[in-house]
Design a protein around this ligand. Structure first.
Ligand SMILES: Cc1cc2nc3c(=O)[nH]c(=O)nc-3n(C[C@H](O)[C@H](O)[C@H](O)COP(=O)(O)OP(=O)(O)OC[C@H]3O[C@@H](n4cnc5c(N)ncnc54)[C@H](O)[C@@H]3O)c2cc1C
Length: 183
């Protein structure tokens, strides 16, 4: 686990998006409701620890494994849906509960839909027309409902989980005591 000293009374925990909120909660820093459920003494109650969990989302899939295709990658780097990482027990060796809550917010589906429509306009330009033929999602998948269904079936997560122990600016502006712990 990486850590850096921020001052005499402060340190920065960097145990990743999944383990940082778990370590904080096992230390009593987290949502009182979650900590109470596992008998962990609360100090202080910070509901933001383990909340706001987000991932980069991608949509699409290879039509056939083992073959090479030209892919216009549709990705959403700032999703509005957010999940949680909470402790499953007071045992530090057990894994935390991870709720991805992907595509919970309709805005994410709308943005990804626009991304697919943009990719279609791109391959229809004079420069690419006839060179790239759409295979996935396929020319018959046109309506918003069909595209949403395609997005829900093929949604993927890229390796950039973030957000479960965000440190707002006030944490680094001389706040004192417990309130300066990332929240
Ligand atoms: C395949 C892949 C490709 C990526 N490519 C890119 C890229 O191109 N560009 C980019 O910006 N990012 C990329 N990322 C994301 C980037 O690697 C992460 O965002 C970054 O490493 C997160 O840093 P971190 O310090 O929060 O966590 P980590 O790097 O995961 O560090 C956490 C450390 O804490 C340790 N730890 C955890 N729990 C405990 C414990 N209980 N006790 C002791 N130690 C513990 C872990 O062993 C680990 O060493 C990629 C990630 C992956 C998986």
């Amino acid at each position: 686990m990486a850590s850096c000293t921020l001052g005499r009374n402060f340190c920065c925990v960097q145990a990743s998006t999944f383990k940082t909120p778990q370590l904080l909660k096992l230390s009593g820093v987290g949502d009182k409701k979650v900590l109470d459920a596992h008998g962990v003494p609360v100090k202080p109650d910070l509901p933001g620890v383990g909340a706001n969990f987000r991932f980069i989302l991608t949509v699409g899939s290879a039509p056939e494994a083992g073959k090479s295709y030209c892919t216009v990658f549709t990705a959403l780097t700032h999703p509005f849906s957010s999940g949680t990482v909470h402790i499953a027990s007071s045992d530090p060796l057990s894994a935390p509960n991870i709720d991805y809550n992907v595509l919970d917010n309709q805005i994410d589906i709308d943005v990804l839909t626009h991304g697919i429509e943009f990719a279609r306009r791109l391959v229809a330009t004079d420069s690419l027309h006839g060179i790239i033929n759409e295979i996935v999602p396929g020319p018959t998948v046109r309506s918003k409902a069909e595209l949403e269904d395609f997005i829900r079936k093929t949604i993927g997560l890229v390796f950039h989980p973030i957000g479960t122990a965000t440190a707002p600016r006030r944490c680094f502006r001389g706040a004192k005591g417990a309130s300066s712990i990332p929240c």
